[in-house]
Structures are given as C-alpha cells and as structure tokens.
Design a binder for this molecule. Structure first.
Ligand code: ADP
Ligand code: MG
Length: 237
C-alpha cells in the first residue's frame, strides 16, 4: 500500500519478495500490531531507544510473519535487535525443550557482544541465553542444562555438534550474523554443518550483513525458502 511505499522511501528501505509485511511506524506497533509482551517496550525505553532504525522497521515484521530474511544494512545500524526482538517475541517464554534459537557470529568478540545485547533486551523474562565458550564445550552436562538461545562462532558449534554435545534438531530460529565476515573467514564448512544440524523443517533462517554480495545471496537462497530481501541504503556499500 501507499503508506508502506512512503515509509520505505523515507528510510531508504529496499525490499524484494511477495506479500511483504508493512514496515514499523514505531516501536509501539510491536504491541498494537503484534501483541508483544510489555518487557520488550520497557527495555527499549530503559535503553533510551525511541525509534526503530530502518533495518529494524522492516526486518522485524518480516521475521514476525515467519518469513526467512536476507538483510543488509550498514555497520552500527542496529542489526542485532532487528533479529533479537522478533526472536524473543516468537520464543515467548523460557522452556526446557532444548535449544530453540541459534545465533552464529564470525568471532568470539562479536558473539560475546551479541550475547550481552540479547540479555539486555530479554531482561524481565526468564530466557536462558548462553554464549558458547571453551569451558561450556568441556562441561559434561552442558547438553542437559536448559538453554533457549545459544550464541556461538560456527567453529565452536561445529565442534560441539561433532562431539555430540548439543542437539540442534529443535532449533526454530537460526541467524547468521555479520555473514559477509562469516564467508570472508572461510567458515563455509562450519556454517554448513550447523545449518544441517538445525534439521527442524520449520526452522526460520535469516542472514544479517553489512553487505550482501551476489555470491552470498545465491548461496543463501539454495537453502532458504521464499526469503525476503531487505536492503538499507544501496546494495554492497
Ligand atoms: P550493527 O549490527 O548493525 O553493526 P548493532 O546492532 O551492533 O549494529 O547496533 C549498534 C548500536 O546501536 C548498539 O549500541 C545498539 O545498542 C544501538 N541501537 C540499536 N537499536 C537502536 C535504536 N532503535 N535506537 C538507538 N540505538 C540503537
Ligand atoms: Mg552486528
């Protein structure tokens, strides 16, 4: 509709895909349109975040509507919350059903940073959010402890899978964060084994990146179903 086109133009949101959900007008729509629990809006207020960033305006509704997403937006434009907010909303509550969401980051530092951001936004809910560390990998009963969201580099995840330390068969959300770097670092094999281990047929995959080279998009589309592409600004810049 017209309103969507105007919003997208104003925020330089470029989309490709069928049946695209409207971009968010404001954070309040998370509640009025999607019935989010109050803790999310509370945390956004506490952090002083008044307006969604352009990538958040479009990627959040795409993921909330259950669509897979290929997203590209400049560094520092709020991509983390663009996938963390819909993930928390979809998971609803902590559960003991095993790992339900996995976020892959290219480096340990980025994984640690993402984990902190995720915990800040989850405050007030009881989600168990875990950063995969060396210690955790060695921990014998890691697999028996409840974990809702697991954040890791592909390398450590691959080791954990190989050692049968984790079961990813119930993962509902899989995010490849900073995927341009993931591919640059040559982590393709590791990523592939994680994608395969997330064998739940209804898993929703998404890819967030500063740039979206054609090669990466082609590769991603071989495993994604009907993904929506969201680009902020110009492609590849
Ligand atoms: P990116 O992954 O796109 O490089 P980040 O997700 O790391 O960016 O976000 C960059 C910074 O912007 C972080 O400090 C984050 O807390 C902040 N931020 C995220 N969303 C908003 C918002 N809606 N308003 C203001 N600041 C935000
Ligand atoms: Mg980021």
């Amino acid at each position: 509709i017209e309103r969507d086109a105007v919003l997208r133009k104003n925020y330089k949101i470029h989309v490709r895909g069928d049946n695209l959900p409207s971009p968010l007008l404001n954070f309040a729509e998370l509640s009025t349109r999607y019935g989010c629990e109050p803790y999310i809006l509370h945390n956004l207020r506490e952090l002083g975040f008044k307006e969604p960033t352009p990538i958040q305006r479009q990627a959040i509704p795409v993921l909330l509507s259950g669509r897979e997403c290929l997203a590209s937006a400049p560094t520092g434009s709020g991509k983390t919350l663009a996938f963390v907010i819909p993930m928390l909303m979809k998971l609803k509550q902590a559960s003991k059903d095993g790992i339900r969401a996995v976020i892959m980051c290219p480096t340990r530092e980025l994984a640690a940073q993402t984990s902190r951001e995720c915990k800040k936004m989850a405050k007030g809910n009881k989600f168990r959010i875990k950063l995969m560390t060396k210690e955790l990998l060695k921990n014998a009963d890691f697999s028996r402890r409840p974990c809702d969201i697991l954040i890791s580099t592909p390398r450590r995840l691959q080791i954990a899978i190989r050692k049968k330390k984790i079961d990813l068969s119930r993962v509902e959300y899989l995010v490849l964060d900073e995927s341009d770097k993931l591919f640059e670092l040559g982590l393709l094999k590791q990523i592939d084994s994680v994608v395969k281990a997330c064998s739940n047929p209804s898993v929703v995959r998404s890819l967030f990146s500063a740039t979206l080279p054609d090669k990466v998009e082609e590769l991603a589309r071989t495993v994604m179903h009907d993904a929506v592409r969201v680009i902020i600004g110009r492609k590849n810049t």
